[in-house]
Design a protein around this ligand. Structure first.
Ligand code: ATP
Length: 400
């Protein structure tokens, strides 16, 4: 439909990037990126108007997003020197999509499929993307690619591990050059974090960490060594606990990268953790979540390891304030023989509830006050530790 509409508007339209790559590789991908030679905002507005869909337009960059039945379609105008010149001669049109594709990161991401009616389905491959998909290679399009955007170094690693591809020999060399030239330092903090987050969200992120180490990229995150065999063991623990959890509760965690992040940086000191947050230019919200989460995780691990007698109530009180991601990291950092603490927490402790309530306390003559909460908390601890087994016990203890 977008293609037919583009015909009407006399513009060429293409689906580009990840969607085409994944289509050729038979992977699922629901993010559609459309590039229009002409003006994408006109196509997006008209399309959304006809479909009764929501559209938000960025006039300055000539881009737009249409949300249709919950799916997102991104529209962008092909960026070339012919920017303001809608649909002229075919050479100009094709050079225009060509220029747009030339600005992209890797050959596998530089493929396009035309969607205009007359050329519907025509695959456009200027830079050998199909061959590289076949050869399983991540290759940049030109020598200055990492100079243009050093964050592509991290993208290369991410795509390599996601698809089980190799980074091509020349591209490898260019990555090493950009590390030697310290180009990575130029990446803005927000971006540096974003790339790490994406990497830690990949299923095969452990392979990616190996590559980050090989290319000596961890130094841009911390001066202290964060990656070694001990860390690998912790990360493997984490994955064990997390797969136990997903199996047990048939529930996945959308932000598992947070657990991985915590384990990865678990050996940093307080000061170093704070510095990391600063390097990432974290907003207050991110600091409160990830930086505090990491510090709390470390603290809970320390407390559990230092405590002589780790009772269920103590475990409950330590873990309960943490969200699941951080509880997984606590588990990963404890020695394996203590795994059961985390498992018991999820299967037993967190579901333990008192049978009596504030009302019962009132009947016993307690005046509603702060003390109420304290008494209920104490009762729950007794129940967790097995001193209380039924409602009568609860009432008896409450009387005391
Ligand atoms: P994913 O499945 O991770 O979303 P994707 O290929 O769709 O993969 P995006 O980050 O959404 O990745 O980018 C969409 C497209 O935009 C890419 O396929 C690539 O062509 C281009 N692109 C994105 N980031 C860059 C970059 N830093 N440099 C060059 N091209 C980029």
């Amino acid at each position: 439909e977008v293609g037919m509409l583009s015909d009407e508007l006399r513009m060429n339209a293409y689906i580009v990037g990840g969607f085409v790559r994944d289509l050729l590789m038979r992977n699922k991908n629901f993010d559609v990126d459309i590039v229009v030679e002409g003006d994408a905002t006109v196509v997006a507005r008209t399309y959304a108007g006809r479909k009764g869909a929501k559209v938000s337009v960025h006039d300055k960059f000539k881009t737009a997003v249409v949300i249709l039945n919950g799916d997102r379609i991104d529209f962008a105008t092909a960026r070339t020197e012919y920017y303001d010149f809608p649909a002229a001669a075919p050479e100009v049109e094709s050079s225009s999509i060509k220029n747009d594709l030339y600005r992209r990161d890797f050959s596998i991401n530089s493929l396009a499929v035309q969607i205009n009616n007359k050329d519907f389905g025509k695959l456009i491959d200027f830079f050998g993307g199909q061959k590289d998909i076949k050869d399983k290679k991540i290759r940049v399009l030109h020598n200055l690619s990492f100079v243009d955007d050093p964050s592509r170094v991290f993208r290369a690693i991410r795509f390599a591990v996601r698809f089980g591809f190799e980074i091509g020999p020349h591209t490898k060399k260019l990555i090493k050059h950009s590390v030697n030239l310290n180009l990575i330092e130029r990446i803005a903090g927000v971006r540096l974090f974003q790339e790490l987050k994406y990497i830690l969200s990949e299923d095969n992120y452990i392979d990616a960490l190996k590559l980050l180490d090989e290319y000596d990229l961890f130094k841009y995150y911390s001066a202290k060594e964060v990656y070694n065999s001990g860390k690998l063991e912790n990360l493997e623990n984490l994955e064990k606990i997390y797969s136990w959890y997903t199996f047990q509760f048939s529930e996945v965690c959308d932000e598992i990268y947070k657990s991985r992040f915590c384990v990865l940086f678990s050996n940093l000191t307080f000061k170093e953790v704070v510095n990391l947050g600063e390097r990432f230019n974290f907003s207050g919200k991110m600091r409160d979540d990830l930086i505090k989460g990491l510090l709390k995780t470390k603290n809970v691990v320390l407390k559990i390891t230092k405590t002589k007698e780790v009772t269920p109530a103590k475990v409950y009180r330590l873990l309960n304030p943490l969200s699941n991601e951080y509880i997984f990291s606590v588990g990963a950092l404890l020695s394996q023989k203590d795994d059961y603490l985390i498992k018991d927490y999820f299967t037993k402790y967190r579901n333990t509830k008192l049978l009596i309530s504030g009302n019962d306390l009132k009947k016993l003559g307690y005046k509603p006050s702060k003390l109420f909460g304290v008494v209920l908390e104490k009762l729950l601890d007794l129940k967790l530790d097995g001193y209380i087994t039924n409602k009568e016990d609860e009432l008896n203890w409450a009387k005391k």
